[in-house]
Design a protein around this ligand. Sequence first.
Ligand SMILES: [Zn+2]
Length: 92
Amino acid sequence: MNKQIIVSMKDLRYASILCPHCNTRVTLDFAKEFGGESDRDRFKSPHQCPRCHANYDSAIPTALDAMQRVYSNLREHEKAVNFVVEDETPAP
Ligand SMILES: [Zn+2]
């Protein structure tokens, strides 16, 4: 039996996007919406790499925006809803 890891919604707070052109990795904070009123504090998925300005696959920001909505909704139920990750790493 594989080891299982229980993950709560708050542990899924960050996501990162890797640019396939220049390998720049951008980290997004799904909790940002809770931070404040200004645009800078609000969550917004980037559509292009901040370094080389190549556009990401258009499905990526759409999916990340959807994920942020799920994060916001489920975060209120973090005691009731957990995620289970199966660790398939072979035992040493
Ligand atoms: Zn790039």
